[in-house]
Write a protein that binds this ligand. Sequence first.
Ligand code: NAI
Length: 324
Amino acid sequence: LKPPVRVAITGAAGQIGYSLIFRVASGEMLGPNQPVILHLIDLPFAMTALNGVVMEIQDCAFPLVQGIVATDNQQVGFKDVNYALLVGAKPRGPGMERGDLLKDNGKIFTETGKYINDHASRDIKVVVVGNPCNTNCLILANQIKDIPKENFTAMTRLDHNRAQHQLADKLGVHTSDIRKIAIFGNHSPTMVPYIDQMTAKNHKATVDQQWVTQTFIPTVQQRGAEIIKARKLSSAASAGNAAMNHITTWVNGTAEGDYTSMAIPSDGSYGVPKGLIFSFPVTVKNGKYSIVQGLPISPFYQGLLDKTIKELVDERNAVDHLLK
Ligand code: NAI
């Protein structure tokens, strides 16, 4: 066994937390040789519920769990942490404007950024799940002085996985046969599922454009709402699964000849303003991701990219005061 690593999960008493923590504890995220010390962080009012989660982890007798820190104190929560899955966020209440949501979450992620900068391990890898995740990540990364900016990412893997399933279903193949697809942009209804280079069973695969515009893209964009309608609860299990996938791929790499989707600081590729946290197709090797360059962008996709870029620029402008 390797020496243990510390994995922080915020919003640990919430729905996604409940689907995620036990799988991380079982070794599904970092592998069967990697012991973990779990750092479970939530707000003061949620400590009783979190204690219940801790009792359940104990009762699983997981061989790989070497310690549990459950706390509402972020200084303790992020101490020496190697991986952080930032799930906790303020949900959008009834009648709440997007601007207010950005502002309230801005406060949370400014504070968290300071604690991570001051207390976490210098090699920490962070994925922001709590919405609006791209701009929350931007605010967080802005607080970081001593850790490379590329260690701060946001999650679009759920959108990627959703797209993969829709395409596999349409083409009558298994999800694992679908390769070379990606999500560009914001984790929001403006996200852009890009499939012009798609392969199925290692052969170039196409689907008709009408299905793409009228069925595929709206289905991927609205899948979360559809699940809430069906379950009367949000898609916590698939979101937790995607957060784990995001970290696993970041650590273990992408398969040869394939790429994945991660929202990362833009370097200006594809005309995306530098610094925005934007989802790109990436390959990953030795724990480092690189944007897949040179994918052909049709006028159809350029139109969609322009919209999602504009939305993220508007979000950045709305939180400008937090980025000084
Ligand atoms: P939930 O409401 O069940 O749990 C959220 C938890 O976060 C609560 O226990 C709450 O007390 C805690 N929390 C709030 N602020 C916190 C803070 N400052 N520090 C620590 N903990 C804090 O919500 P659920 O279903 O677990 O979802 C969590 C977030 O994930 C939401 O923002 C949701 O929109 C987002 N999400 C993102 C997805 C993505 O694809 N990026 C997909 C699905 C959900």
